[in-house]
Design a protein around this ligand. Structure first.
Ligand code: NAD
Length: 473
């Protein structure tokens, strides 16, 4: 069995991963320096891929049972360090400790590690009769390159790492340049229980990501980030023929049918949109509401927005935080200002909250907007929800499906069958009824259209980090 895990506090975790000559990383809420992240080079990345390649056969040879035991030990190690990791994540990413934020993210990391350890991908008997016998089995790909975004850096990291390791691959992680410290700290905790060389993190800029995607030693790239970068990863795969899972941007629509009760759904609608202060791939980003209850839904959403505490994440009372970085804040500001200039109604919020800090933007509900307004058509990725009225549900379905993205969508109604009939017609990888954004480790998750391809989680997720082999006879 594994050695007992050494317990480290936040400072000790930071000391482990910092580089004295590295890049300053700021607290998203206070803009104070948290620490210095190493800026690894392409040569460092090449060395990490070489080490991962060397370690892979031994890791694969351990077998499924032993690898699952080690993933369970990794879950225990993450759980034991959940609080210092959540605090570091909260400062670096900005998300509050409480609400569906930093502590929740660490809980999800442990839960996904455990669920992945327990998922079994058995050989499939394809033919077994007088004509012959054939089986489909799944083998490791080799080295997996895991490239992540800044919004849920630890949870998405685990989504990439856990199934890859489970299937006998070794992994090189490239965290976002906005949130390297928390990912490096989590990887160091995982490495306390994993064999040497099996998991490495290389913290560099975009060119390091580009090299990882194009690396001839990488057999599979798990990429989560923007659609624009996803296209570059596809281009890179023309060189190394790496298999790809691409979890890209979204612009999830929700449709509220006329029989929904605005007071009943308001909280869930709000959190569907404002989870992680709106910086979530599969968050509700445009809401279509039937004319007959439009004003009621808008008023209920505004009331929830005004009552929900926003502020620095380490303050236990807050559940909404800052926008993570100035570039993203500029996108949010531009989209809301543009909608206002076009005549949209800012029901609540609509501007920065400088008294809270440089990167805070008030929770904002925008009414009287329409398709074609950039706030509706572009992914805002911040604490803003545009609410659009409709009269005929056919129009709402058409609006939901008109964009070239398809990550998630939701339908809200008191009548499940009616909601289900609408859900069947929505172009999205996941559709929720009377909720938005909840995920389960056994239910595959992935986008369609410009939101990418490939599935994560469950048995399908294991298949996606393996190569199939058919054995006849
Ligand atoms: P991004 O595309 O800017 O960066 C993502 C990662 O790619 C970073 O680590 C970056 O360094 C790296 N990178 C940059 N250039 C590269 C290249 N040429 N080749 C390989 N890697 C490269 O995305 P972001 O701003 O960090 O994340 C926000 C976006 O991610 C949003 O659009 C959001 O919707 C999306 N997202 C999607 C999901 C999902 O599951 N579908 C989850 C989270 C975020």
């Amino acid at each position: 069995m594994s050695e007992p895990v050494q317990m480290l506090d936040e400072g000790a975790l930071l000391d482990r991963v910092q580089a004295p000559d590295g890049r300053e990383i700021l607290d998203a809420a206070t803009r104070e320096v948290i620490g210095r992240a190493p800026v690894h080079t392409v040569a460092d990345l090449d060395a990490a891929v070489d080490r991962a390649s060397a370690a892979q056969p031994g890791w694969a040879a351990l077998g499924h049972e032993r690898r699952s035991e080690l993933l369970l030990a990794a879950a225990d190690a993450v759980e034991a360090h959940a609080e210092p990791l959540a605090r570091l994540l909260s400062r670096e990413q900005g998300k509050p400790l409480n609400g569906p934020n930093a502590r929740f993210e660490l809980g999800a990391c442990a839960a996904w590690l455990r669920a992945t350890a327990g998922t079994v991908l058995d050989p499939e008997v394809l033919v077994d009769d007088e004509s012959g016998h054939a089986e489909l089995v799944y083998k490791p790909v080799g080295v997996v390159g895991a490239i992540g975004p800044w919004n849920w850096p630890l949870m998405i990291g685990v989504w990439q790492i856990a199934p890859s390791l489970r299937m006998g691959n070794t992994v090189v992680v490239k965290p976002s340049e906005y949130t390297p410290l928390s990912v490096l700290a989590m990887v160091s905790v995982l490495n306390d229980v994993l064999p040497d060389g099996v998991l490495a993190a290389v913290s560099g800029d975009r060119e390091v990501g580009a090299r990882l995607a194009a690396h001839p030693g990488v057999g599979k790239v798990m990429f989560t980030g923007s659609t624009a970068t996803g296209r570059k990863v596809i281009e890179a795969s023309a060189g190394n023929l790496a298999r790809l899972t691409l979890e890209l941007g979204g612009n999830d629509a929700g449709i509220v049918l006329p029989d929904a009760d605005p007071t009943v759904i308001a909280q869930d609608l709000f959190w569907g949109a404002f989870v992680n202060t709106g910086q979530t791939c599969a968050a509700l980003k445009r809401l279509y509401v039937h004319d007959s209850i439009y004003e009621d839904v808008v008023a209920e959403l505004a009331a929830v927005a005004e009552q929900t505490p926003m502020g620095p994440g380490l303050d236990e009372g807050n559940v909404l935080g800052p926008v993570q970085n100035p570039q993203q804040l500029a996108i949010v500001t531009r989209l809301v200002d543009d909608a206002r200039a076009r005549g949209a109604r800012i029901v609540t919020g609509g501007g920065p909250a400088p008294e809270l800090g440089e990167l805070f933007y008030r929770a904002t509900i925008v009414a009287d907007v329409a398709d074609g307004v950039p706030l509706v058509d572009e992914e805002q990725f911040g604490p803003v929800l545009p609410v659009i009225g409709y009269h005929d549900v056919e129009d709402a379905i058409g609006s939901a499906n008109r964009l070239d993205v398809g990550l998630g969508a939701s339908v809200w109604s008191g009548d499940r069958d009616r909601a289900r009939a609408v859900a069947d017609r929505l172009q999205a990888g996941t559709v929720w009824i009377n909720s938005h954004g909840g995920l389960h480790p056994m239910a595959p998750f992935g986008g369609i259209k410009g939101s990418g391809y490939g599935l994560e989680f469950g048995v399908e997720g294991l298949k996606s980090v393996a190569v199939p082999q058919v054995i006849h006879g």
